[in-house]
Design a protein around this ligand. Structure first.
Ligand SMILES: *Cc1c(COP(=O)(O)O)cnc(C)c1O
Length: 391
């Protein structure tokens, strides 16, 4: 199926049902009524594919579900009210009391909390490993390991895992794999084809791309998705609203053009920053100096616009002068929007924290993460240049 068919038509073919409306209607209804008891019984038989109640399935959400599954090359998908909900549902559906999870060393913060705090309460144990090395993943596996949680690249320092290799060693042992694919998008990395079982996204980021919806997706085989649906999806109820699904269908239409433009602008911004004396070190999987650049070339089919760099300065005061001087990048959490976004790690430390004091296993205090948006490259470079002069 070609990309523009997925984005423009899939799930929307029957426009005649809606008097030819080109943009799909928002089914703003919590419930769906039946003409007969027999029809209602049939609805209960399969709440995932019929329309009974919007916590289970909704026609507007279903359009998006088809598109997202097709983009990931997955048999099926579920939409959630956040990326954190999608990841948690995938994990909870696979593990039970006494099971063990192997997880990448630096996952998204709430993925870490899910394992460390929530699942620990229910007797599920975990090991965090430096999964840039597949043999470290293998060494961490115990007889009770049921799941390997991956995030490639992650979104602060962009470490990657060899997905085909980890998937193969997991399959050989009957262990499930779940990958957070938010950074690469389904356009640039197809984990299902590499043998990964469950693929999650924070759709809040590139998939929706407009900083107006918090959303998550989980993709996998029909059987696995049905397990997730019958378990955490229906019981925890962290579903996506029909209105958010409509917004996300709209956001998704321009994913390929946004990603193409962002990649082009990012290459120019990176070239500028790398040559700048105040920029100490830069993390970006597509930079030839990246320690995993060979894996990038093999595993990623295109570039994203999220990267990090450290500012050459003695204390975080220098970082603050740089960040406060920027006028075209919004300082905030999150990333992947149409607008350039900036996250300074200094914001989670007290003022004037010495850069030399940072712990080697933590993200450096002088690190700044930039998410390049759709501004003109020259505008961003000029803004970064004047702000770097203030350090
Ligand atoms: C933001 C993010 C999440 C969480 O997604 P929400 O939509 O904020 O719940 C998960 N993984 C990664 C890599 C993220 O950047």
């Amino acid at each position: 199926m070609d990309l523009s068919y997925i984005l423009n038509h899939l799930g929307e073919e029957d426009r005649g049902k809606h008097r030819g409306a080109v943009s799909p209607p928002i089914y703003q209804s919590s419930i769906f009524a039946f003409d007969t008891v027999a029809a209602m019984r049939e609805g209960f038989r399969d709440e995932l594919d019929r329309t009974v109640y919007t916590r289970g399935n909704n026609p507007t959400v279903e359009i998006l579900r088809k598109k997202v599954a097709a983009l990931e090359g997955a048999e099926d998908a579920l939409l959630f009210g956040s990326g954190a909900a999608a990841i948690a549902a995938g994990v909870v559906a696979v593990v039970a009391q006494g099971d063990h999870i192997v997880c990448v060393q630096k996952p998204y913060s709430w993925t870490r909390t899910l394992l460390r705090e929530l699942l620990a309460k229910f007797g599920v144990t975990h090991t965090f490993v430096d999964a840039t090395d597949t043999t470290a993943v293998e060494a961490a596996i115990t007889p009770s390991t049921r799941l390997i949680v991956l995030e490639s690249p992650n979104t602060m320092t962009f470490e990657q895992q060899d997905l085909a290799a980890v998937a193969a060693l997991a399959r050989a042992r009957g262990i499930r794999t779940l990958l957070d694919n938010s950074y690469a998008t389904p356009l640039h990395q197809q984990p299902i084809a590499l043998g990964i079982d469950l693929v999650a996204h924070s759709a809040t980021k590139y998939l929706n791309g407009h900083s107006d919806v918090v959303a998550g997706v989980l993709c996998g085989s029909k059987g696995l998705i049905r397990d997730v649906f019958k378990g955490p999806y229906m019981t925890l109820g962290a579903m996506m609203s029909p209105h958010d699904a409509w917004l996300m269908i709209r956001g998704l239409r321009t994913l390929p053009v946004r990603m193409r433009q962002i990649a082009e602008t990012t290459a120019r911004v990176i070239a500028f920053l790398q040559a700048h004396p105040v920029v100490e070190r830069l993390w970006y999987p597509h930079a030839p100096h990246d320690p995993q650049f060979t894996l990038t070339q093999r595993q990623l089919q295109g570039a994203s616009g999220l990267f990090s760099f450290t500012i050459r300065t003695d204390t975080t005061a220098g970082v603050e002068r740089f960040c406060n001087a920027l006028t075209r990048c919004l300082m905030t959490v999150s990333w992947g929007g149409y607008e350039s976004l900036l996250f300074p790690v200094a914001a989670v430390y007290p003022p004037d924290t010495p850069v030399a004091a940072h712990r080697a296993d933590r993200v450096p205090v002088n690190l700044v993460r930039l998410s390049v948006g759709l501004e003109e490259a020259d505008v961003l470079i000029a803004d970064l240049a004047q702000a770097l002069d203030r350090v």
